[in-house]
Design a protein around this ligand. Structure first.
Ligand code: DGJ
Length: 730
């Protein structure tokens, strides 16, 4: 593993666990992409660059018609000099032109990885875990330098990329586009996998064959969004869950993004990810720098399952942070779907009493505890306790919850302001808006302008005051609308197209300040459910509320799709009441339990209304989850049957040593003349013997994986489930 440089050939070779990434300097300093895929001992050019004359592809090398950027696979392509595909960046000079010409200037290779200024990014704890290559590209006319940053991690098939722009000239420059990475594949025989969705229906899996031209996913909502996720993967046509090549690309960013895939006339494929270039224009003063977010690229030659496990392991080691990175997460009960805004201290304590009796560990007080908030019409920004609702104060409530043996958690929505709030009345210009234009409301609220330091400072102060005063162990950080009329009263006209990005940098800054000041609090991010389930958020907050849709059937797809990239420990998943509040479906408590136990378990219903029999089921679920929690939250995840392909879903968890595993099987609808069902397990030690917990039955790992486990025929009716817990027999 590591990075080598062949000076004679001018070729860089980055080697991870079983992945190689090769690039080289060609001709007069252009940076060409040579190979990305399964690990190679050496790259000698058996399938290297081809230079041939192509009609209508002009040459940048006078007198040599075979050298056109239009057909060169490149690392960070530019606009204006013979490449007619989409560029990775675009810069406007003082003369108003937008052509640039970056050439190799120098490079350095070092152990470890640098932090990215003001941005979330993967990290290493020891320099020996990774190696970094920085290549400086320069355009003498513009006075621009772009430093391309590549890091390769020894224990993983992961490569990260980003770029830093430096204005070394006398004049200001305008960055019109600054992607984080571009990869040119030699062919286009791939399927594109994306994770589109909507509120309550996040991260559905879509797979389609690439075609000529542009295909892309993006967000211009000021958030990574429910509608698309900053993730794309290229899959070989024959790639399945267990086999074939998969290339994943995930942008560590929570704002406007674009991920584009372009198949050109020669059937090559260009993948570009970065901040959205639409409505983006960044003024780079002389001497200033601009850092792009990072892309995390995972390569797998063992299918989608292995790609996901690579992402999971990598994010658990190199992205999530804080004391909770390595700690199991508490089983919580949240009052939102139990009471919505209509609660009293007594009601909350009644819920906590039942929760504590059943083994729950944390009570989360959701929206409605502050200002005059009794509906979603007021008070965001007034982060002071609502004395009418909680006359004895938050501190007292938290103490009473603690006395029941439970921790106390609290909801905030720091980035927002209600029009009906003291904060807005005092500072109407503190929201994102454009003067003389209407301020569109969504859920009766506006977005605070976090591109302004004064706004960030005041919100941080208000939040910190509560967190200092009340014994709070957990914070749910919500965000319930997208950005419209994007503009800031604080910045001059030439900076207005920087606001969407500046706002996100401000959000990250406040998150950094709060999570640093309160390192022992467990933070869960949320955006109307899973509207910001992205690696940027996970850097600050090690778990995310997966979706506002708590229906067990919908959750099969949502959690399956989310697991493509994000670790199970990061997925908040709650048991709620039936009929379900979002889709009106009745599912069994067992089904709801097994779906929620397949993530970071919580409950979100009025526990005081449970019958004795239901309490018994919940008590049993909690006992079981406590037994398997470590396995679920830190084990390897295998998807066995896809909810996108049929009536059944199955997945399982295996610990690293392959001594224990837990399988969940779900059958959505009852069907007549049902074929006998069975599930082939995965990830076990074929040579080991496993005992099925609660029975005396012992099976070989090989038998469980190759012959499979029979699904009981006693599963009659809709929404049925079964789980099997195996432990190795010594
Ligand atoms: C949206 C969240 O996703 C819900 O869980 C809940 O916290 C509400 N907001 C509260 O307003």
């Amino acid at each position: 593993m590591g990075i080598s440089y062949d000076e004679a050939q001018r070729v860089f070779h980055l080697r991870g666990k079983d992945v190689s990434y090769v690039l080289g300097v060609v001709r007069d300093g252009y940076l060409a992409h040579l190979y990305y895929g399964k690990g190679l001992r050496e790259f000698a050019g058996s399938n290297g660059l081809t230079f041939i004359k192509r009609d209508f592809s002009p040459s940048v090398s006078i007198g040599d018609e075979t050298f056109s950027l239009d057909s060169l696979p490149q690392e960070y392509p530019q606009y204006g000099n013979t490449d007619f595909r989409k560029p990775a960046y675009q810069v406007k000079g003082m003369d108003g032109t937008t052509i640039s010409d970056l050439r190799y200037e120098s490079h350095r290779i070092f152990a470890g990885k640098m932090k990215l200024d003001g941005l979330p990014a993967s990290y290493v704890e020891q320099d020996s875990d990774a190696n970094t290559l920085e290549i400086t590209m320069a355009d003498a006319v513009l006075g621009l330098r772009v430093i391309l940053q590549y890091t390769v991690f020894g224990a993983d098939n992961v490569i990260t990329r980003s770029a830093r722009f430096v204005n070394d000239g006398q004049d200001s420059l305008q960055i019109l586009k600054a992607a984080s990475a571009c990869i040119d594949f030699k062919d286009s025989n791939y399927d594109l996998l994306t994770l589109p969705g909507a509120w309550g229906n996040e991260r559905q899996v879509e797979r389609a064959a690439l075609r000529h031209g542009m295909q892309s996913v993006d967000s211009v909502r000021g958030a990574s969004s429910h509608q698309q996720n900053p993730f794309v993967a290229l899959l070989e046509k024959q790639t399945t869950e267990e086999s074939g090549e998969a290339y994943g690309f995930n942008l560590v960013y929570s704002g406007n993004f674009e991920a584009s895939v372009e198949v050109d006339q020669f059937a090559t494929t260009r993948v570009i990810l970065g901040i959205h270039s639409f409505n983006f224009d960044w003024k780079l003063e002389s001497g200033a720098t601009f850092q792009t977010p990072e892309v995390v690229m995972v390569y797998s030659d063992a299918g989608l399952g292995e790609m996901s496990r690579q992402y999971h392991r990598f994010y658990q080691k190199h992205l999530l942070r804080g004391v909770y990175r390595d700690k199991t997460r508490p089983i919580l009960v949240n009052n939102w779907e139990a009471t919505y805004f209509d609660f009293t201290e007594e009601k909350l304590l009644d819920i906590a009493k039942v929760g504590s009796k059943l083994g729950m560990e944390l009570l989360v007080l959701d929206d409605g505890w502050f200002g005059k908030r009794n509906s979603d019409k007021s008070s965001l920004g007034d982060w002071f306790v609502n004395d009418e609702k909680l006359p004895n104060g938050l501190r007292n409530l938290a103490k009473n919850v603690n006395d029941l043996g439970m921790k106390f958690g609290l909801w905030f929505e720091p980035e927002m302001v209600s029009v009906d709030s003291d904060l807005y009345r005092a500072h109407p210009d503190w929201c994102i808006h454009v003067p003389k234009r209407a301020k569109s409301e969504s859920r009766n609220q506006l977005v605070l302008d976090f591109s302004r330091e004064d706004v960030c400072t005041e919100i941080t102060r208000r939040m910190a005051a509560i967190l200092e005063e009340v014994p709070i162990s957990y914070v749910k950080w919500d965000m319930n609308r997208h950005l419209s009329e994007v503009g800031s009263a604080h910045f001059t006209s030439e900076r207005q197209q920087e606001i969407a990005h500046r706002h996100i940098l401000g959000v990250y800054g406040v998150m950094d300040a709060i999570t640093t000041q309160f390192p022992d609090i467990l933070f869960e991010s949320c955006s109307g459910g899973g509207g910001r389930f992205d690696p940027g958020m996970l850097y600050y907050m090690p778990q995310t509320w997966t979706s506002d849709n708590t229906d067990a059937v919908s959750r099969l797809k949502i959690q399956y799709g989310t697991s493509l990239v994000y670790p199970i420990i990061a997925m908040g998943s709650h048991v709620s009441s039936a009929p379900n509040h979002q889709v009106g479906r009745f599912t069994s408590l067992e089904m709801r339990g097994n779906v929620a136990m397949s993530g970071n378990l919580g409950y979100e219903l009025d526990l005081t209304t449970l019958t004795e029999a239901e309490q018994e089921i919940v008590r049993h679920q909690i006992e079981m989850y406590k037994e398997i929690r470590e396995l679920i939250q830190f084990g390897d995840f295998y998807r066995l049957k896809s909810p996108f392909e049929g009536n059944e879903t199955a997945w399982m968890f295996v610990d690293e040593a392959k001594t224990e595993s837990c399988v969940f099987y779900f059958q959505v609808l009852a069907t007549p003349a049902r074929p006998l069902q069975f599930v082939k397990l995965a990830g076990l030690n074929a040579a080991a013997q496993y005992k099925l917990r609660g029975t005396e039955q012992v099976f070989g790992g090989d038998e469980l994986m190759y012959a499979g486990m029979k699904v009981p025929t006693t599963l009659i009716g809709d929404f049925q489930t079964v789980s099997w817990h195996f432990q190795i027999k010594k």
